[in-house]
Design a protein around this ligand. Structure first.
Ligand code: SAH
Length: 359
């Protein structure tokens, strides 16, 4: 008997020192974790459902687990929960921007967008970002750290609870480069789509990347049904390099090959994002080059008039130029939409709410 208690205590100490993030674990991992505590494996799905389906904030609410187990879990595996520090609600379109505090005090931003087809949450994948795109507010402070799978999920859970409605779509397009946090992104996707969790369908998830070629290829090999969006922003290697330092590591031709590979492996049509910047990438010549680059591809283009960020000094084209650019693409049979950012009355471009709080 004493031996058993000693053994349990030893296991508890081992587990506690392993920086246990229980909300980032799959059910099989939870089974092993609980077995080490002398619990039956079926407890794993109960615990999983409390965290990911009912999304409770404390162990106290997990009423079908024994008081002793709850006490142990409180000690060795504090639940990762995000706290909203500020919420801005757009009067124009109901968009909500959330500033969340992470357990270590860092802050991140997430956005809720309401569409006819459902509620979509745009999440951050990192605190800060190290890709340094010239037009992006999130690049300004550099990378602070990667987010854990639980911290990505929590942005969605807390927003869903706040509005009291189901979240049907998720876009990983907030602060950070998701493919620079690849392993955590994959685990996040696994948990988000788990039948015992929020159960979001893969087809309702979009991941946006600045173009990390080896990771695009690795993701393609997984053959998930998620949409991959590539931040293109320029039709030539030279111009792209002037906007996105990542182009020095991965040439445009290699990025486009990787996108073709993604389509070949998954059958999912690529999305290309193109932020229109006045006098930089919005000329007739740019449109022509873009048409040539995307000719005969099964893809969709999102044109986004750049969101002015004070530190960057870029401006949007006027509406005529934007419409002309779109028409040129359409004439070349390229699927294209102009995406105006929602919630323009609430702290402008992504990353700006968070930036307000950085020193
Ligand atoms: N790192 C990923 C995802 C985060 S950024 C990526 O690069 O795709 C999400 C999208 O917003 C990207 O297409 C990014 O290029 C774009 N973006 C960043 N700052 C912007 C701004 N000021 N105006 C318009 N789009 C911007």
């Amino acid at each position: 008997m004493d031996n058993k208690i000693d053994q349990t205590n030893k296991n508890i100490t081992d587990l506690a020192s392993a920086d246990t993030d229980i909300k980032s674990m799959t059910i099989p991992q939870l089974e092993r974790f609980l077995q080490n505590l002398g619990e039956k494996p079926y407890r794993a799905s109960q615990l999983f459902a409390w965290m990911h389906q009912k999304q409770v904030r404390t162990y106290d609410e997990m009423t079908n687990l024994s008081a002793q187990l709850r006490q142990t879990l409180r000690q060795i595996a504090p639940l990762t929960v995000l706290e909203p520090v500020e919420v801005q609600i757009s009067r124009q379109d109901g968009t909500r921007k959330y500033l969340f505090q992470l357990p270590d005090g860092n802050r991140i931003e997430s956005v809720l967008m309401k569409y006819k087809h459902g509620n979509s949450v745009c999440i951050s994948s990192q605190a800060g970002c190290r890709m340094a795109c010239r037009f992006c507010a999130s690049a300004i402070g550099g990378l602070v750290r990667n987010l854990k799978p639980s911290e990505m999920l929590e942005q969605i859970y807390r927003i869903g609870q706040d509005i009291g409605e189901r979240i049907s779509h998720v876009v990983v397009m907030g602060t950070g480069e998701p493919l620079d946090n690849y392993d955590n992104l994959l685990r996040f996707l696994e948990l988000l789509t788990d039948a015992h969790g929020l159960k979001i369908s893969q087809r309702s998830i979009t991941v946006s990347t600045c173009g990390l070629v080896p990771k695009i290829r690795a993701l393609a090999d997984r053959k998930l049904q998620i949409t991959l969006a590539l931040s293109l922003h320029a039709p030539s290697q030279e111009k792209r390099l002037s906007l996105m330092p990542v182009a020095a590591r991965y040439a445009l031709s290699d990025v486009m090959d990787a996108c073709d590979y993604y389509f070949a492996q998954t059958g999912r049509r690529m999305t290309f994002e193109y932020s229109l910047i006045r006098g930089v990438n919005d000329s007739d010549q740019d449109a022509k080059q873009l048409c040539a680059l995307l000719a005969h591809k099964n893809c969709h283009v999102n044109l986004i008039p750049v969101n002015p960020v004070r530190e960057c000094g870029y401006r949007q084209p006027d509406d005529n130029t934007t419409a002309d650019f779109k028409n040129k693409l359409e004439k070349n049979k390229i699927n294209v939409t102009i995406r105006r950012e929602l919630g323009r009355d609430i702290d402008g471009a992504c990353g700006q709410l968070r930036k307000k709080y950085l020193q």
